[in-house]
Write a new protein. Sequence first.
Length: 394
Amino acid sequence: MPATAASLAQLHNHLLDTMTPPAIRSFDNQISSVPGIIKLTLGEPDFNVPEHVKQAAIKSIEANDSHYAQDVGKLELRQAIHDYLLDTRAVSYDVQSEIVVTDGATESLAAISYGLLNPGDKVLIPTPAFSLYFAQVKLAGAEPVMLDTSQDDFQLTPDHLKRALAEHGAAVKAIILNYPNNPTGRTFTKAEIDALVPILKESGLLVISDEIYSDLTYDQAHISFATQLPEQTLIVSGMSKSHAMTGYRLGYVAGPADIMKSVSQLHSYLVVSVNNATQAAGAEALNNGRDDAVKFKEAYQKRRDFIVAAMQKLGFTLATPQGAFYVFAKIPAQFGTDDFKFALDLAQKTAVGVIPGSVFGAGAEGYVRLSYAASDENIKESMRRLAEYMEKLA
Ligand SMILES: Cc1ncc(COP(=O)(O)O)c(C=O)c1O
């Protein structure tokens, strides 16, 4: 292993000093060595990729489809994304200029932040929120402004949005809305969207609409802000969650051409193009595999109902998630409010891994997030261990 040159030991982008290391993964790593641990930590579906989707990737490799794809993605996949968004959001995006295929939704969000934001800009982020947003906005030199929704059942209200706009003024350039939400499982109803749309329209803000969990909405069909506000919304999504394709790394952004120009440019600088086998699999998933997501959703819904009932019985306060595959639960008062301490102790004493709420920003302290994208067996056993832990300490 080469020793670092002394002159380079401190070399790094100083913006990194303003952020913590990726908190979800570092906590997950920290507890991974606990013997026999059942991890309900990462948003990682336990299902295999559907067979016909795998075959599409294999066929692409066997056909020697091994050359650079177009930067924005293969036309077949962009057409499949177009069709899917038209069917589900009633918005028709131009396949040449309004859709970019990315290396997971993670790269979509990076290309948006670096391609569209400038130092001094502010971005509103209702919290609790997926912690990646804070880091990416900061790396673009902009400032994330957390809107703590914990007093409003974890939902952004029209009043809250108006107050934030009045307080932060013209520096606010965008808002990141994630629904169904990681970590709370909240999503927007039609009435809630209708109430926010006029304010967003008047503000002219860019709506960065992270809809990666849209196929996992349990109690209503997913509704997108893009349907009413196509001129100022960027849809971010992908197949990681809907088709259990986290390791394939496939995401996309869709939005108006003038905005997409810069997103597309950044994407070219960052990755050029996504690998061809993954793109072939993505096209198959969207063209012929929409039912796969429905089957996964039915399984998640049963797990959701089981885990919510089990945790409520143990004294956690939590609402039934409307979507995604997480429960976000308030730790019972007798265990204190230090969520890191609680999650670490739980891992060490009972070998159950959960994520401390604090990593999701303002309003998330004193909570833990559990992913139920785990096997039925692991969920049942983790609830048994959790009950044992709570009884011992109560
Ligand atoms: C809200 C949200 N957005 C984006 C992502 C990133 O997804 P991908 O695996 O497609 O990069 C995740 C992953 O957990 C997520 O929870």
